[in-house]
Design a protein around this ligand. Structure first.
Ligand code: SAH
Ligand code: SF4
Length: 420
């Protein structure tokens, strides 16, 4: 979502005569921040700290900070970082033109979103384009800062999304990833209540040779219609990112997740049984407040039982404003969290290797994303429709091509094969 916002910010700034530049040469530096965990917040502050030193040493630069940390901390940032010139929140991106023209230090934070405006978007020339279909979240999981920094759920209209998708295809992108904190609640706030499955079908009908991906799915909101649409769609990739967060029912309840292990298992099994070569990936948090060793072991057990293909992991990080962030007396000690995170990562490594091994012997379509040269060989790297990374040697094909590859070897994080 941040990458996508940055592309919009770049578009707006280019409209007003700014050009993208390197960090060393730029005269206006803006950092678009994430506050999902303390680590990402710390990284952002360390960056503006370095830029501040450059300014103190006499460089004529302007410094801006936007995104979720800005939305959360507002003008407090000026107190600690007095050399910052511009602070703007997640709902203020479309006001940037006015903000750029203001004299002196500026802080612009809105509580609510304004409707989007039709500015150019400067997308990083790549294979994949990010396409937000909605913003914000209504779920209020107790650990999560998103509803506070991104506001309530707002869907973009089908017309706007289709218009942007057509532009993306015209610009030569080969893949569109639809973004939303909970894509399955797409459209609930729109007139006529169009569903996510309907949106997928409309996008699948567009002409062109491209793939459609989407993220993130909330376990119990995935409908049979979505599963059926993914199964039947020609461009929609067979890949679901469905964060489970924990494999223990008490912890899930404390997290305010609206499912238990049994319900999560049912949805994953349904997807795995219905769709050929599908992958299901997840997110897990280690050391949520009050999590016992036994409860953590339930998570390890579930990852193995469910046959998940890959998962992101994080140690629980207390976040401002969130209910879990206030459970100070229940916090799990840092060294225990760290150890659980390592065990989680080891389990996921094993799961990823087991999942990759299932594909050895199959011939599947790869979309090429990168080329590199190693020992006089030209190697291409791309992804299967289910998002698995594949490496193969080729003299014929190029970045952006769809190539049939026979997969003949699996490693932990990728597959190797030869073009057919
Ligand atoms: N909307 C998505 C996830 C968005 S945040 C969903 O509902 O699943 C991405 C991931 O960051 C989450 O899935 C969660 O695993 C992790 N995360 C969020 N808040 C966190 C926190 N306070 N500490 C550690 N990890 C967190
Ligand atoms: Fe955060 Fe939960 Fe919303 Fe995901 S669903 S963004 S984890 S509050």
């Amino acid at each position: 979502m941040n990458k996508s916002d940055s592309e919009r910010i770049m578009g707006i700034m280019s409209h007003f005569g700014y050009e993208p530049s390197s960090e060393d040469e730029a005269d206006f530096l803006i950092i678009n921040t994430c506050s999902i965990r303390k680590l990402s917040e710390d990284k952002a502050y360390s960056k503006i700290g370095n830029w501040g030193k450059r300014k103190k040493d006499g460089e004529d630069i302007k410094i801006g900070i936007c995104g979720c940390v800005a939305q959360q901390e507002k003008e407090n940032i000026f107190k600690k970082y007095p050399y910052v010139d511009l602070i703007f929140g997640t709902h203020n991106i479309y006001e940037l033109p006015g903000l750029l023209n203001k004299e002196g230090r500026v802080c612009a934070i809105r509580d609510k979103a304004v409707s989007e405006k039709d500015f150019e978007i400067i997308r990083n020339k790549n294979i994949n384009a990010w396409l937000p279909i909605m913003e914000g979240c209504n779920n209020f999981c107790t650990y999560c800062v998103v509803p506070y920094t991104r506001g309530r759920e707002r869907s973009r209209t089908i017309e706007n999304i289709i218009k942007e998708a057509k532009q993306i295809i015209k610009e030569g992108f080969r893949e569109i990833t639809l973004l939303g904190q909970n894509v399955d609640s797409y459209g609930k706030d729109l007139e006529g209540k169009p569903t996510f499955a309907h949106l997928l079908r409309e996008l699948d009908k567009l002409e062109g040779n491209f793939r459609i991906r989407f993220t993130t799915s909330y376990p119990t909101d995935i409908t049979d219609d979505v599963i059926e649409t993914v199964k039947k769609g020609s461009k929609i990739c067979e890949c679901f990112h469905i964060p489970m967060q924990s494999g223990n029912d008490r912890i899930l309840k404390m997290m305010n997740r609206r499912y238990d292990v049994q319900k999560y298992t049912e949805i994953v099994k349904k997807i795995q049984n219905e769709i050929e070569n599908v992958t299901v990936t997840s997110d897990f948090i280690a050391g949520f407040p009050s999590e016992t060793e036994e409860e953590f072991q339930d998570t390890i057990k579930q990852i193995k039982l469910l046959g998940l293909d890959y998962s992101n992991t994080a140690a629980y990080s207390p976040r401002p404003n969130t209910p879990a962030g206030k459970m100070v007396d229940k916090f799990v000690a840092d060294d225990i969290k760290k150890r659980r995170l390592i065990e989680l990562n080891e389990t996921i490594k094993e799961a990823s290797f087991n999942s990759n091994k299932k594909y050895v012997g199959k011939t599947l379509e790869v979309l090429v994303e990168k080329e590199k040269f190693e020992d006089n060989k030209r190697l291409l790297e791309g992804r299967l429709r289910n998002n698995k990374v594949v490496h193969f040697e080729s003299t014929k094909h190029n970045v952006g091509d769809f190539v049939l590859v026979k997969l003949n070897k699996a490693s932990i994080w990728c597959l190797f094969g030869e073009e057919v």
